[in-house]
Every structure is written in structure tokens, then in C-alpha cells.
Design a protein around this ligand. Structure first.
Ligand code: FO1
Length: 330
């Protein structure tokens, strides 16, 4: 008999060459959702395709915020309020760097630095980001398979309005250094057109029973994943098996700058705007109870709306949301 798990009977994994559930993920919102998901399905059946267009080089180190946020959260080691970085973190090294006049606005924690040192050295030695990510997740005891969307460099560039001129900022410059304040004019994913999906990404989407789009920023978290050639097409081919969770509740973001990006790019800051954006590749959208009154508008975009509590105040709510999301396409 198959071993039991809290999520019900384990399915026979050996029959499936790839993980049965694929999740497309950005940072904090996705990580919280995935923490719920692994409570209701066997973690080893989950493959997470993670945005890497927020990645940046700081002090010579390759920092991959979304990969690390998902890893630390699934390991139960994340900073509970921030959502990113490690619990109980200190910042002595970054503060000491300030003595030399180095940039300190991106707060790399003392313990977090170990991850960036290890990753940078392994990449320098010739490992791919996919390989290093597998090593890092294994070291943290994280069971789901984490795949960067690509091993090739893709970088989000945000054009902002400075009043008398436009300026192109790197994602972390706009988001962290400038606190998402400068008005957005355009968003581009530098390198996306030449990027190849990381090994296993398209295969996992093709083989998945269900593909989940986590409650992440549609523009700068899910957008870059879709921009990697082949990914959007792979999702379109599986559209009836793709289900998303709206990251917008009652016209506002829970965390992060989605509202500062969607509006200027002509996307309604609502679950309806998310529905319109996702409709070409997604058949079902989980919207929040507070948005139940907009279900008909969502349906009119061609996506089937399903109403649930989506504000993940703790892991128990996240698990219930994951269960609802899976049931929505059962
Ligand atoms: N976010 C901040 O708002 N301020 C920071 O100083 C900061 C540092 C940081 C260090 C490592 C890391 O993995 C993430 C960090 N983040 C910080 C979060 C990061 O900017 C965002 O999680 C994503 O890029 C958006 O998903």
C-alpha cells in the first residue's frame, strides 16, 4: 500500500517522470502559498518554477531573492514579518561595508550572505543556476523541486518618469532603493528573448496534472516567467489545467508593488485585471471573498472564477487556500 501523507493517500510518483504539480512563483506571496500547498499534497510531487528576473549582483555576489524567499519559507526559516531573508538575521557585515562607502541600501543579512557566497562560487566554478539551486534546497531539506525559470540571465528593467526625463532602473533599484515611488512608464525583461527555459521547466509543465500560478505580481514575477520563450505556449497548451490565485484583493495588493505597476501599464488593479491578463493561458482564477461581487466580470474575460479566502494570515489559511485552488480544477 502507498504510504499515507496528511494530504491524503500518496499517489504513485514513479509513474510520473516529473512532478505532478507545477507552481509558477515569485517571492513572498508565492512562498506563503507554497507553504500551504505542501501541507495538502506530498511535497516531493511539487515542482516550483521561480522568477529570476529580480536577481542582482551585489558586492560581487549573485543574489536570487525569489529563489531564496521560496527556499527559506519552505524550510520554515524565513523572517516572519518581512517574508524575505532569514529569521533572527543580523546585518553587521552590510553595515561594516558602509565604512568603505559601498552601497548598503540592499540589506543582505549576515546569514543570508552564506547563501550568496556559496551560489556565486558554484556558478564561478561552472555550475548552472539549476544545479546550485538543487544543492541549496537540498541543504535546507526542502523537498519540492525548485527550478529557476532559466539558467540564462533575464533582468527586469523599469522605466520611470523623473518629471523632465525618463530613466531606466534595475528592479531592485526601483523597488528597494527608491521604495517603488517613481511612477512607472514601462517594464522590460532584458535578455528574455534569448533566454532558454531551465532544463525540466517545459517538461514539467507538459507532464503536470495541474499548473498553479501563485498569488504573485502578474507583471514582474509571473511576467518574466511567461517571457521566457516557450513557457507561455506550454501553458496555453495546458490551459484547462492552469489555475491562478489572484494577488489582488479588493483592488489592492497584499504586499509588494503590483498596484504601482499594473495601473500605469493599463491593467485594472483588480481581480478582473488579473483575469484579463491570465485568460489566454489560464482557465480558472481563485478570487477573494471580498471580490465575490466581481465574479461575473471575471467570468466575462473567459476565466472561471472561484471564490475563497485568499488572505494568507497563517499557514493554516494558506493550506485551505491551496486545497480550494486544487479543488477548483479537480
Ligand atoms: N527587500 C527590501 O525591501 N529591502 C531589502 O533591503 C531587501 C533585501 C533583500 C536581501 C535578500 C533577499 O533575498 C531579498 C531582499 N529583499 C529586500 C526582498 C526583495 O527585494 C524582494 O523579495 C523581491 O525581489 C521581490 O519579489
Amino acid at each position: 500500500e502507498a504510504p499515507r501523507s496528511p494530504g491524503g493517500p500518496r499517489r504513485v510518483i514513479a509513474r510520473y517522470p516529473h512532478a505532478m504539480l507545477v507552481a509558477l512563483a515569485g517571492g513572498v506571496g508565492a512562498a506563503r502559498f507554497l507553504r500551504g500547498l505542501v501541507r495538502v499534497v506530498p511535497p516531493a510531487e511539487v515542482c516550483v518554477v521561480v522568477n529570476t528576473a529580480d536577481d542582482e549582483t551585489f558586492h560581487g555576489l549573485t543574489v536570487c531573492p525569489d529563489l531564496d524567499t521560496v527556499t527559506y519559507t519552505l524550510a520554515g526559516a524565513e523572517h516572519p514579518e518581512q517574508g524575505w531573508g532569514l529569521d533572527g538575521e543580523s546585518f553587521r557585515t552590510i553595515e561594516a561595508l558602509g565604512r568603505y562607502g559601498a552601497d548598503t541600501w540592499f540589506r543582505l543579512g549576515d546569514l543570508d550572505l552564506a547563501t550568496h557566497l556559496f551560489r556565486t562560487e558554484r556558478l564561478r566554478a561552472g555550475a548552472t543556476l539549476t544545479e546550485v539551486t538543487a544543492e541549496i534546497t537540498a541543504a535546507w531539506g526542502v523537498e519540492p523541486r525548485l527550478l529557476p525559470m532559466s539558467d540564462d540571465r533575464v533582468a527586469t528593467r523599469i522605466t520611470v518618469d523623473r518629471g523632465d526625463h525618463h530613466e531606466v532602473l534595475r528592479m531592485q533599484e526601483w523597488f528597494v532603493r527608491e521604495r517603488s515611488a517613481p511612477p512607472v512608464v514601462a517594464v522590460e525583461f532584458d535578455g528574455a528573448d534569448r533566454a532558454r527555459p531551465a532544463p525540466g521547466v517545459l517538461e514539467a509543465i507538459d507532464a503536470a496534472e495541474t499548473i498553479l500560478v501563485c498569488p504573485s505580481n502578474p507583471i514582474i514575477s509571473i511576467g518574466p516567467i511567461l517571457a521566457v520563450p516557450g513557457v507561455r505556449e506550454a501553458l496555453e497548451a495546458r490551459r484547462d489545467r492552469v489555475v491562478a490565485v489572484s494577488p489582488i484583493i479588493a483592488g489592492a495588493t497584499v504586499k509588494g508593488p503590483a498596484d504601482r505597476l499594473m495601473g500605469p501599464l493599463g491593467i485594472d488593479v483588480s481581480c478582473v485585471g488579473v483575469a484579463r491578463t491570465y485568460a489566454p493561458f489560464c482557465s480558472t482564477l481563485v478570487i477573494d471573498e471580498r471580490d465575490a461581487g466581481r465574479a461575473a466580470e471575471v467570468a466575462a474575460t473567459g476565466i472561471r472564477p472561484v471564490v475563497a479566502e485568499t488572505l494568507m494570515t497563517d499557514a493554516r489559511v494558506a493550506a485551505a487556500l491551496a486545497r480550494h485552488t486544487l479543488d477548483a480544477v479537480a
